[in-house]
Design a protein around this ligand. Structure first.
Ligand code: GZL
Length: 308
């Protein structure tokens, strides 16, 4: 079929430059900017021609980009899906055109399960579990009453859903830990700030811990707390995910308490997968990035080696 034909095309001209169409989520966070940079740099290093489209956090724009890539008959499509549903039709079109799709960073849920060749990204469930495990580690008594605010990322995105799920899976072991308020901050600084402002507009502050699903929203929340005379990291514990340099600095400044790493540096793994695919190699269906947890105790020793 077309897919084998496209592979043969590469076999016939093995040194032909591979064309990759890449539909990125947007520019919403420090993580995203580092992720884009990693992928663009890796494409250059691997001698791959990357056609980059910024989805501006819109699924419609990403689908339009994928259709342009199909028109252009690129060799491979890489998609970082802003949300995990609604992709069946366009992925079917890519498959009918014989163009393999690789998922980067986030995953999709589709009716059929052979719609993409591999998903390279973090284990968001484990990131959520690590956030709650850190909080549990600070509790003198497992029966302690802890009131938690959750600031969620983009509604319907796999990191948002799964970080929440992982956090609550561990939280069940602590009967008096409770998420008393959860709202969407869309993975942006302003979004995180707005969630805290909205809560304060209708409640007297009674939250012990904020679990923010990324650094940008956590830092926005920290600014809102300070605007109301509360010390983030002291009066209210802040747990975040990603591990951007700004979050490390906030750990050192004691404005954050825990940062669960989610690496954006997927570029090299992604471009190697593209090369392997075009060389006819089998790809593992799942490639997981390895990650750590950072706190006020270890931030200082790591901040210099951080690449984003
Ligand atoms: C995670 C990625 C998330 C980051 C956010 O892989 O999809 O999107 O955690 C980013 O910072 O906006």
């Amino acid at each position: 079929d077309e897919y084998v034909e496209s592979l043969n095309r590469v076999y016939e001209e093995p040194d032909r430059i591979i064309d990759v169409g890449y539909a990125q989520v947007g520019t919403e966070s420090a993580w995203r900017l580092a992720n884009t940079q990693s992928i663009k740099t890796a494409a250059k290093d691997f001698g791959i021609n990357l056609i980059y489209e910024d989805g501006n956090q819109s699924q419609e724009r990403q689908i339009e980009a994928l259709r342009r890539f199909i028109e252009m008959e690129v060799d491979v499509i890489v998609l970082s899906p802003v949300v995990d549903s609604g992709w069946d039709e366009v992925l079917e079109e890519a498959q009918d055109a014989g163009i393999p799709v690789l998922l980067s960073d986030r995953k999709v849920s589709t009716q059929k399960d052979d719609m993409y060749m591999t998903f390279i990204g973090a284990d968001f469930l484990e990131e959520g579990r690590r956030a709650m495990r850190w909080l549990a580690g600070t509790m003198e008594d497992p029966l302690e009453h802890v009131r938690i605010m959750e600031i969620e990322g983009t509604v319907g995105a796999s990191p948002s859903e799964e970080r929440s799920q992982g956090f609550q899976e561990v939280m069940q072991e602590y009967p008096n830990c409770q998420i008393v308020y959860s709202a969407c901050g869309d993975f942006t600084y302003e979004g995180g700030k707005q969630v805290v402002e909205d809560y304060m507009a209708s409640h007297k502050w009674d939250i012990d811990v904020i679990f923010s699903q990324n650094d940008d929203m956590a830092l926005g929340a920290a600014e809102a707390l300070e605007a109301h005379g509360l010390k983030p990291g002291v009066d209210v514990k802040l747990i975040s995910v990603d591990g951007a340099r700004s979050a490390f600095q906030a750990l050192i400044d004691k404005r954050l308490n825990c940062v669960v790493e989610c690496s954006p540096l997927l570029g090299p793994q992604l471009m190697k997968a593209v090369k392997d695919l075009m060389a006819g190699k089998e790809l593992p269906l799942r490639i997981i990035t390895d990650e750590k947890v950072y706190t006020q105790e270890n931030a200082q020793q790591y901040i210099r080696s951080r690449k984003y």
